[in-house]
Design a protein around this ligand. Structure first.
Ligand SMILES: Nc1nc2c(ncn2[C@@H]2O[C@H](COP(=O)(O)OP(=O)(O)OP(=O)(O)O)[C@@H](O)[C@H]2O)c(=O)[nH]1
Ligand SMILES: [Mg+2]
Length: 237
């Protein structure tokens, strides 16, 4: 059945339209991925609820990575350039994408964002998605890896209630562990829920405020970048 046709219930075929939009998105995502690899740029898409600490985590990351590693950042928000301004204190390679009412980034927006970055000099591209644990999971942007972030202030039930980010992630982060003494968050419950959904995804528990977990995180980031610079590295190690 073609777009715009009416099905037997008399209702328009809305699902097919969404599928077509996603097919277009996937094609542009593939173009983004090829462009990034052509320039030797590795990338990850950071997804988490509003205020879980994505930008703060990136600020600490940028301040901690070796100076020789050049990081580009695309920050996605409905409005304002505030996240890009925060990131600009650490790297000149940053561009803000405003989505208006859009609850997630799409590949064409990232494609436009990439045109504002100098891919010749960037080693790692970080895409901070719009604060949302739901929609961003379904939209490929062309990234190599997907990182999902939770924080203890959101409650320990979030993996159970948002299983799709757990299923999609290559790595999970649990931020704001410095606040554990002050919030009713049960780490054992959080870990058990995660394991019930998927037991093969690593989860780094840490805090921007204290730096806990950052050794493991920086190691993961460095390995992501090294893989593209020397694809044989993993085979040798
Ligand atoms: N105590 C504590 N506060 C944190 C930590 N990480 C971030 N915050 C605070 O949490 C608030 C939200 O942080 P942001 O970095 O803006 O969060 P975000 O996920 O980027 O938010 P959006 O981009 O709006 O979705 C800020 O007030 C941060 O200072 C942490 O590890 N511990
Ligand atoms: Mg942010």
């Amino acid at each position: 059945m073609k777009n715009g046709q009416i099905n037997r219930t008399g209702k328009p075929m809305r699902i097919e339209v969404v599928e077509n939009v996603q097919k277009v998105n996937d094609r542009i995502a593939a173009v983004n991925r090829a462009l990034l690899h052509e320039h030797g740029v590795r990338s990850f898409n950071l997804i988490g609820a509003p205020g879980c600490g994505k930008t703060a985590w990136l600020e600490r990351t940028l301040a901690s990575l070796p100076a020789g590693l050049v990081v580009g950042v695309l920050t996605g928000d409905l409005a304002t350039t505030r996240d890009a301004e925060r990131i600009a204190a650490h790297t000149p390679h940053v561009a803000q994408i405003n989505t208006g009412r859009g609850c997630h980034l799409e590949a064409h927006q990232v494609q436009e964002g990439l045109s504002r970055l100098d891919l010749e000099v960037i080693d790692l591209l970080v895409i901070e998605n719009v604060g949302n644990l739901i929609c961003p999971v379904s939209w490929d942007l062309g990234q190599d890896a997907t990182v999902g972030m939770f924080s203890v202030t959101e409650g320990d039930d979030k993996p159970a209630k948002h299983p799709y980010i757990v299923l999609a992630a290559d790595l999970l982060l649990l931020n704001k562990t410095d606040l554990l003494p002050y919030v009713p968050f049960r780490p054992a419950r959080f870990r058990a829920d995660l394991a019930a959904i998927r037991d093969d995804v690593p989860c780094i528990e840490g805090s921007v405020a204290t730096g806990a977990g950052f050794d493991a995180w920086l190691d993961w980031v460095t390995r992501l970048v090294v893989r593209v610079e020397d694809p044989l590295e993993e085979a040798r190690s």
